[in-house]
Ligand binder design. Structure first.
Ligand SMILES: C=C(O[C@H]1C=CC=C(C(=O)O)[C@@H]1O)C(=O)O
Length: 412
C-alpha cells in the first residue's frame, strides 16, 4: 500500500511494482549516487535505500533523532561522530516474489533527480554488465604468513606482560575480480548461502567503494516494540568435519581458550549495562551458532526499553559498545594501540558497523564482518581473530583463512 505522502510528491506516476532490487541498486551506482541494499537475517524481503546528495555526511548515530537511512561506521570512530549516513531519499521494500513497494520518499527529493533516476533505471538494458569500478586506489599491504605469525606472537607476549587481556588481530587478502564478475550475482549468492546472516551491498560514491558482506554479529538492534538486542559472539571453528560433513551444533566442542574469549565479550557488554545502571536485561547462552562455513559461541542480551522507560538505550549502548572486544580487544584502548601499531593497514569499514536506522521504525546495526571492499577491480577481504594468552599463532592464521572463505566462496 502506498502512503499519502507518495501520492502528493508525484512518485506514484513513476513508480513501478516490477522494479528489480539489483538493477535498481546498479542503476543508482551508475548514476553516482549512494545506495544500500540489504536482507535481514532469517528474512526473505530485500530493502533498498537511495540517496541523491552530493556527499554523504559524517554524523553521530543519535538513533532516536535520525530520519530513516542506512549507517556505515568505520572501525575507527572513537568520538562516535564519524559514521556515514545514507539518508533515505527513496526507500523500497521487495518481497520474496519480487514485488516492489515504495515505502518512503523524502519530501525534499527534487523532481529532476527523481525522474533522472527512474528514467535511467527504465532505459538500462536488462543484461547490462556490472561496470566494475576503475578508480586508482592503492592496494592494502598484505601480511605474509610469517609476519602474521610474528605479530600474533608479539600480541601473546604483550598479554603475558599484562599490557592487555585480548586483542583482535586482522589481515587482508586481495583478489583480482574475474572479467565476468557481477555485483548482482554475488549479492544473490550471499543471500542464498547465508540465510541467517545480515547480507548487504553498499555503494559509497565519495570513496568509490562497494562494500559487500554477510555478517553473523548484531551490534545494536531496537525493534518496533522497543526491544533492544545485542550479542556476544566469539570463538570460531569450522562447521564441517575433515570429510566435509556438517558438524551438528550439539556436538561442537569448545576449548577453554574459546570459552574465555567469548566470556570476555559478554563481560564487556554487562559492564556497559552496569555503567548506565540497567539491571533489567535478559541473558541467554552461550550457545553454538552456525555462520556459513563456521561456528561460533553466542550469548544474547535483551532489554525491554519501554518497560524500563529508556528509549535512548540503543544510542547509549552503541556508543559504549563499539568497538566491542569481539573486534578490538580488552581493555579497548590498549588493544587498539596494538592494532594500530602492528596490523599495518587501514581497516576502514571492516569491523565497523552498518545497517538500517529507523527504517519501518526499527534499527538493526551489525558488526561489519565477513565482508569485502570492491574497488579498482580488486576485492579486498578482511578477517581477524581474538588473540588471548592461550592462542596458537598457526591456528589463528588458519582461522583467518576460514573466515575469508565466507566471501571467497561467492566470488566464483
Ligand atoms: C573479527 C572477526 O570475527 C569476530 C567474531 C566472531 C568470532 C571471532 C573470533 O573467534 O575471533 C571474532 O571475534 C572476523 O570475522 O573478522
Amino acid at each position: 500500500m502506498m502512503s499519502d505522502k507518495l501520492k502528493t510528491t508525484g512518485a506514484s506516476s513513476l513508480f513501478d511494482h516490477s522494479l528489480h532490487p539489483l538493477s535498481a541498486w546498479q542503476s543508482t551506482r551508475e548514476l553516482g549516487f549512494a545506495a544500500a541494499l540489504w536482507r535481514l537475517p532469517h528474512q526473505k524481503d530485500k530493502h533498498l535505500i537511495v540517496n541523491f546528495g552530493s556527499e554523504l555526511p559524517r554524523t553521530r548515530m543519535m538513533l532516536d533523532e535520525l530520519p530513516a537511512g542506512f549507517a556505515m561506521s568505520p572501525f575507527l570512530n572513537i568520538e562516535g561522530d564519524n559514521s556515514l549516513f545514507i539518508e533515505a531519499d527513496l526507500y523500497f521494500r521487495f518481497d520474496e516474489n519480487g514485488e516492489a513497494t515504495l515505502e518512503q520518499e523524502s519530501a525534499y527529493l527534487s523532481a529532476p533527480n527523481r525522474e533522472k533516476w527512474y528514467n535511467h533505471y527504465r532505459n538500462r538494458p536488462a543484461n547490462a554488465s556490472s561496470l566494475v569500478i576503475a578508480s586508482d586506489s592503492p592496494r592494502q599491504p598484505e601480511l605474509p604468513n610469517f609476519a602474521y605469525l610474528e605479530a600474533v606472537q608479539k600480541a601473546i607476549k604483550a598479554i603475558e606482560a599484562g599490557a592487555f587481556k585480548k586483542v583482535v588481530f586482522s589481515r587482508v587478502k586481495q583478489v583480482e575480480l574475474a572479467t565476468d564478475f557481477t555485483f548482482s550475482e554475488v549479492f544473490e549468492r550471499l543471500c542464498e548461502k547465508y540465510p541467517t546472516a545480515f547480507v548487504s551491498m553498499v555503494y559509497l560514491p565519495q570513496l568509490d567503494q562497494v562494500w559487500l558482506g554477510a555478517t553473523p554479529e548484531t551490534l545494536v538492534s531496537v525493534d518496533k516494540e522497543g526491544i533492544f538486542r545485542t550479542v556476544s559472539l566469539a570463538g570460531t571453528q569450522s562447521a564441517f568435519d575433515a570429510s566435509g560433513a556438517p558438524i551438528s551444533v550439539k556436538k561442537a566442542a569448545w576449548t577453554q581458550k574459546e570459552i574465555e574469549e567469548q566470556a570476555l565479550v559478554g563481560r564487556y557488554i554487562i559492564s556497559c549495562f552496569k555503567k548506565i545502571r540497567v539491571r533489567e536485561y535478559l541473558e541467554e547462552g552461550p550457545k553454538t551458532v552456525v555462520a556459513g562455513n563456521l561456528m561460533h559461541l553466542r550469548s544474547d542480551y535483551l532489554v525491554d526499553t519501554k518497560t524500563i522507560n529508556f528509549p535512548e538505550l540503543g544510542t547509549v549502548m552503541l556508543e559504549l559498545l563499539h568497538p566491542t572486544s569481539a573486534v578490538c580487544g580488552m581493555p579497548k584502548m590498549e588493544a587498539l594501540a596494538f592494532i594500530q601499531q602492528h596490523e599495518g593497514y587501514n581497516r576502514e569499514f571492516y569491523s565497523g558497523y552498518l545497517g538500517p536506522v529507523n527504517v519501518g521504525n526499527e534499527t538493526h546495526l551489525f558488526v561489519n564482518l565477513r565482508c569485502m571492499k570492491i574497488q579498482n577491480n580488486v576485492a579486498t577481504l578482511y578477517a581477524g581473530g581474538g588473540i588471548t594468552e592461550d592462542s596458537e599463532p598457526e591456528k589463528e592464521w588458519q582461522e583467518t583463512e576460514m573466515k575469508c572463505q565466507t566471501m571467497l566462496s561467492v566470488l566464483g
